[in-house]
Design a protein. Structure first.
Lengths: 198, 198
């Protein structure tokens, strides 16, 4: 059926490349676009192209920044430049920013080491991070709590072992607001092992 | 943070309107677009605009058709025009087409009656369907098995009660390949009630 409507088929093919669009929803998203007014399609494309033209990655920390502005972190005098928080992607950076409790700067790795997906340390921004290390006091490894995240932390720590920089990781423990009953065993175990004085 | 990058914020706002993009994934999709090459962005927008320009809805059955071609169903001589299968959306039409077992034509309702969402019969293509009824032998109501779908079927059946057209609905029962153990009670009940001779 669809093969008789080549422009529909082409739209599906293009949408297929968008991550987090389950193939089950592809048709719905495609018809959503077709149901738009020409002005809305125009607006959508303009927003996409504009963002694409205006945003670049900071050459130092790899966070997104506006092309005509300086990096919001690296050139922010209110930030503490002696502390670098290393995150996997921009999304984790935003999650940490939302806490409002971190005043240091960042380093976006752009992924994690994942041999299964063919991602080695050379595909990440680890070299850039190592180059930044001499000037700083502390590097916080804020990777996600996954095997890949932990392996990446271990790799980075190894790369930094000959520097004097202090390396720290996020605390593991029971999430705020949770019942012990519903928290997984390993988390409870770690919370116990890393218990602190009241 | 994001408010300092207006073009990023605008992209998020535009993406928010796309259905089936969970807000949790918005940032990831946005960065996917930013990571594209300018050519890929261009290609994406072109596919979108092209599909939008080339595809229209058939004025009779409301299925998508190419602007420069005739409707694949209404103008297809190999189809049986005396049987109309009524579906909620284009996706259900494709699901039925995939079976390869239906040779009649279609009528796309463009939704279901849903008072909670403010969708009444006047928002659907029911009037168009009723106008088509005199010429046909059978109308199959192939709505999804939801309260809204069933209410819509009931409404349409009521609208057609003064015509001589035969109205049918999809069979309810145990899905092919399923174990009774894992099928919900109501489905098993309906399968029992509508049992047929072997």
């Amino acid at each position: 059926m669809i093969e008789k409507l080549p422009s529909f088929q082409h739209l599906l093919k293009i949408l297929q490349k968008v991550p987090y669009l389950a193939s089950k929803n592809l048709y719905r998203v495609a018809t959503h676009f077709l149901d738009m007014s020409p002005e809305q399609v125009e607006q959508f494309c303009r927003a996409l192209q504009l963002a694409h033209q205006r945003l670049i990655k900071c050459p130092q920390c790899c966070a997104w920044q506006a092309k005509d502005q300086k990096c919001l972190f690296c050139f922010n005098e209110k930030r503490e430049h002696a502390i670098i928080c290393v995150v996997e992607t921009w999304q984790e950076l935003l999650a940490i920013e939302k806490t409002g409790g971190y005043k240091g700067v960042y380093h976006v790795l752009e992924g994690v080491i994942s041999p299964l997906e063919g991602i080695g340390p050379e595909h990440l921004t680890i070299k850039l991070l190592v180059a930044r290390a001499p000037g700083v006091r502390e590097i916080i490894l804020a990777m996600n709590q996954t095997p890949e995240g932990e392996a990446t932390s271990a790799y980075i720590a190894h790369q930094l072992q000959h520097t004097s920089v202090k390396i720290s990781v996020l605390a593991q423990g029971v999430p705020v607001g949770s019942s012990l009953e519903f928290v997984d065993r390993l988390t409870v175990y770690k919370a116990l092992a890393e218990r602190r004085p009241f």
